[in-house]
Write a protein that binds this ligand. Structure first.
Ligand code: BGC
Length: 417
């Protein structure tokens, strides 16, 4: 449907702009980076491009996880109004590429040696049909705990190594009168947390089979039921006002010490960074209990559209700046993510960032690097949306048992395929 819709507009647009005037020194960027930490990270890019004489035309669409942004982008593209680039996650890049609306950065990629410096796991999504169509900005990882250190000290907590340890830790916070778990009750946040729960419950092989291969036996297995049961256990520790809360407000609860812990991708660390908090002193970053050694990743990519000729120079400048080593360090230090290149030193990163870089390398080498289903790297958007919907209905009590949850999950994923 999206494809048919887009192919028509692609042709119309390329005819409309076949003549070109002088280069337009402006980058138009659609994104969902509207929290404090995200905006600070984006500023690094704006400033780099300003130094090269490019103006910044911001198209922000608030909403963590990017669902609202992707709806806005679809409308823009259908109207033949392509931004220079848009923030996108994995399978969305491939969808737009298949629709024939993406540009071709292969020449720049060759000149800059991207095929040697960008990990193969990312190239699967930034290269389509042999052509570079997107510039990877970072690698985020979702299987993290973010903990307030003062609260942890107060309750005498230590790093939870297993799911049961985690429950015992949450109990301690509860007994001390602190909200144990900061969660935003939006489907993408719940599903992002559930990615980690599945990995912890079933282990790496199970995660891959269920969440990347969409193997039906795994999706309806007792292990998946147990994963939902474990999710139900966690949800008991959230405060009554969690429904609809934005992810960065949940992070703020931990930063302020109103809650012990948030389970969230490392964009949460961008909020700690913006609040001038230091790992080890103010907060702690641990892998989600039972997932150490594996990394569930997503990567923000700047999908590059097939813009008119007079906007191509700006697009190349954006892509080149994005994949420069200095930007990859400076941006990711602020964003909470790690570089999308394997040759960027970890010198400027804090302890959590250094761990993130080392973990990614280990997981990549050891075959335990997996795409996040909630974050667009496990399956195409329709399947990911079906997954988020089922997880959220379970969290909010519309699906009542784990038996029912796995049945609904299999059905929803089947319908979406
Ligand atoms: C993106 C992050 C972003 C987060 C919250 C994720 O989908 O990959 O860059 O910070 O959503 O908005």
């Amino acid at each position: 449907m999206l494809r048919k819709l887009l192919i028509g507009t692609a042709l119309a647009t390329s005819f409309a702009f076949s003549a070109h005037a002088a280069d337009v020194k402006e980058v138009q960027m659609l994104h969902w980076w509207t929290s404090g930490g995200e905006a600070a990270a984006l500023n690094v890019l704006k400033q780099d491009l300003a130094k090269e004489g490019y103006a910044w035309k911001d198209v922000p669409v608030a909403g963590g996880g990017g669902d609202a942004a992707m709806t806005a982008l679809k409308a823009m593209v259908a109207a033949g109004n392509y931004p220079t680039a848009s923030q996108m996650l994995g399978y969305t890049v491939l969808d737009y590429a298949a629709a024939g609306v993406m540009g071709d950065l292969t020449e720049t990629a060759k000149k800059e040696g991207w095929d040697k410096s960008v990990p193969a796991a990312l190239q699967k999504f930034s290269v389509y049909d042999g052509k570079w169509v997107a510039a990877p900005v970072n690698v985020h990882s979702v299987n993290w705990l973010w903990i307030n250190k003062a609260v942890m000290d107060k309750i005498g907590g230590t790093e939870p190594k297993t799911f049961d340890d985690f429950i015992a830790l949450l109990d301690k916070a509860k007994a001390a009168g602190v909200t144990p778990l900061a969660l935003g009750g939006q489907n993408w946040q719940e599903a992002t947390m559930f990615d980690s729960v599945v990995l912890s419950t079933g282990g790496p092989e199970f995660y891959k089979k269920a969440m990347n291969d969409l193997d039906e036996e795994s999706l309806k297995s007792d292990t998946m039921k147990k994963s939902f049961d474990n999710l139900a256990k966690l949800v008991k520790y959230v405060d009554p006002n969690f429904s609809g809360r934005d992810w960065n407000l949940a992070t703020a609860m931990v930063i302020k010490g109103d809650a012990l812990v948030q389970v969230m991708g490392d964009w949460a660390k961008g909020e700690f960074h913006a609040a001038k908090k230091t790992p080890g002193t103010d907060f702690l970053c641990y892998r989600f209990p039972g997932t150490d050694g594996s990394v569930i990743y997503n990567s923000d990519m700047f999908g590059m559209f097939n813009v008119p000729d007079d906007r191509k120079a700006a697009q190349i400048a954006l892509a080149t700046a994005t994949l420069s080593k200095s930007f990859q360090s400076a941006f990711n230090v602020v964003k909470g993510s790690v570089p999308a290149r394997t040759d960027v030193p970890d010198t400027d990163f804090d302890a959590c960032g250094k761990k993130g870089i080392a973990d990614l390398k280990k997981a990549n080498d050891g075959g335990t690097l997996f795409g996040s289903l909630a974050q667009g790297y496990g399956a195409p958007p329709a399947v990911a949306n079906a997954y988020k919907d089922v997880v959220s209905k379970f969290v909010h009590g519309q699906i009542k048992t784990s038996d029912e949850a796995v049945t609904e999950l299999v059905k929803a994923i089947d319908d979406a395929k």
